[in-house]
Design a protein around this ligand. Structure first.
Ligand SMILES: Cc1cc2nc3c(=O)[nH]c(=O)nc-3n(C[C@H](O)[C@H](O)[C@H](O)COP(=O)(O)OP(=O)(O)OC[C@H]3O[C@@H](n4cnc5c(N)ncnc54)[C@H](O)[C@@H]3O)c2cc1C
Length: 433
């Protein structure tokens, strides 16, 4: 396993759909809604608002999509970091059911949206296999599958280790579960589609235009940007893992966690058919787990995971990722990584994606690495909140996340946490456990 000298450090997705840089246009002095962040959250909201006749300006300090929205793995899971059983313990059965039921609805609506809007983004409803890295993880997955099938009707199937090759060409896992309701898409094309629809609807997107601060001003807001000041009636914050000091209040509540992806060079058709016969999306039960998938054309493997415990260099993380890929599929020992890039996902203390208001401003953030569905969904719902009409109800409407003690935006505790999770995973994997 090697890393090619010509390793590309821009996302693989940018080959077909690079982030959009808009020509500079004047920032209008007033608008109905100012949106900070031109990722899925901001654009999804902008589309709904512009179609409802509101004047909308979206600001992004980078190119549109250059945050996580064109860097992700494209696994459209609408995953909730806490398992269903944990949600029941924490919130009770009814709320747990409503959260999971909304996930199902959000995935279905996203598919319908892509079709209705004619957004060609290689969506493939291939299902997701989650592999158990230890026997006790497999037992926990089996219990969780029973609970989900009983209460939410997701059609989860449990795959014993002996049957695993029908899912994945490896003996690495101790069995796993399949969720048929999850699929994959091309995140860059999805973002480009949203961008096009929002612009066509009349929203103005200002790229390379940082918002430097927002202040309440009577019954509206003064939004200071790098290219002028705007008076807006409403403000939506969709900055997620890229939240900066312009919103120090939110920075204390969200932890940006770096995640790195590699994409291999092309792999033979026969090998791909043997390793990933159903072209599923793939995750594993580890606390610090990997996510992976075939690229939409089925020729390469995309393999992602957190940057890890140590302050490792990008090259080192690529080597660690490649090492794990070869542990799962030993026959890839001679395959090289061709692309590698990283980006930030955002966690709040309770690991819940959420929609909330603070000081009258609207926020949709905290997707814990599963924003392909959630950012699109909560962005829309934030727009409905602003309009006061449409689907204003959501299980994710809640209080702001709590501030994290002794934290102001630089997650000094992450390396230690990663080490601790990694240690627990290794304990679970000891023989006989
Ligand atoms: C490597 C990686 C892999 C991932 N894999 C998956 C996956 O397979 N499936 C899945 O569901 N999710 C995945 N995610 C998560 C998903 O990509 C995100 O949750 C989602 O894109 C968040 O969208 P967003 O619009 O809220 O934020 P982003 O797309 O991150 O956009 C936020 C934007 O806010 C802008 N911004 C911040 N501060 C300011 C400011 N002061 N002024 C102006 N602009 C500002 C930033 O420049 C940025 O462009 C992954 C993320 C990463 C990084």
């Amino acid at each position: 396993m090697t890393i090619v000298a010509s390793l590309k450090t821009d996302p693989y997705w940018w080959e077909a759909a690079p982030p959009t840089d808009m020509p500079e246009t004047d920032v209008a002095e007033t608008c109905d809604v100012a949106i900070v962040g031109a990722g899925y959250t901001g654009l999804s909201a902008a589309l709904v608002l512009a179609r409802a006749g509101r004047s909308v300006q979206v600001f992004d300090s980078l190119r549109a999509g250059e945050g996580a929205s064109t860097r992700n793995g494209g696994i459209a899971s609408g995953n909730i970091r806490m398992g269903f059983g944990t949600l029941i313990e924490r919130f009770g059965l009814e709320r747990a059911k409503s959260i999971y039921a909304e996930g199902k609805l959000a995935r279905e609506r996203l598919s319908a949206f892509l079709e209705d809007e004619n957004i060609a983004c290689d969506q493939q409803m291939v299902g997701r296999f989650a592999g158990a890295v230890a026997p006790k993880h497999f037992e926990a997955m089996r219990r969780e599958a029973d609970l989900l099938n009983k209460h939410v009707d997701l059609g989860v199937s449990v795959i014993a280790r002996k049957d695993q090759h029908s899912e994945l060409g490896t003996d690495y896992y101790h069995g796993g579960v399949v969720r048929p309701d999850i699929g994959g898409l091309h995140p860059g094309k999805f973002h480009a589609g949203l961008f096009g629809r929002a612009s066509d609807a009349g929203a103005t997107v200002h790229t390379s235009t940082a918002v430097q601060g927002v202040q309440r001003d009577g019954d509206g807001y003064t939004v200071r940007t790098a290219r002028g000041t705007v008076r807006a009636n409403d403000v939506l914050i969709g900055t997620n893992g890229y939240t900066d000091k312009a919103n120090a209040w939110l920075q204390r509540r969200l932890v940006p966690v770096p995640s790195r992806i590699i994409v291999t060079e092309p792999i033979g058709v026969d090998v791909m058919a043997r390793l990933m016969p159903k072209r599923r999306m793939l995750v594993e039960s580890r606390r610090v787990g990997y996510y992976y998938r075939p690229t939409p054309d089925g020729t390469r493997i995309l393999f992602g995971g957190r940057e890890g415990a140590a302050n490792a260099s990008p090259e080192e993380v690529v080597r660690i990722h490649m090492g794990r890929l070869v542990e799962i599929f030993p026959e890839l020992a001679d395959i090289q990584a061709a692309f590698s890039w990283s980006g930030f996902v955002a966690y709040s203390r309770d690991y819940m994606p959420r929609l909330f208001s603070h000081d009258g401003m609207h926020y949709a953030v905290g997707y814990c690495g599963s924003g392909v569905v959630w950012a699109w969904w909560t962005g829309r719902h934030a727009a409905f909140q602003i309009l006061g009409q449409g689907e204003t109800e959501s299980a994710f409407l809640c209080d702001p996340p709590k501030a994290i003690p002794l934290y102001a935006g630089k997650p000094w505790f992450l390396p230690a946490m990663m080490k601790w999770f990694g240690f627990q995973d290794r304990m679970d994997q000891r023989p006989g456990r």
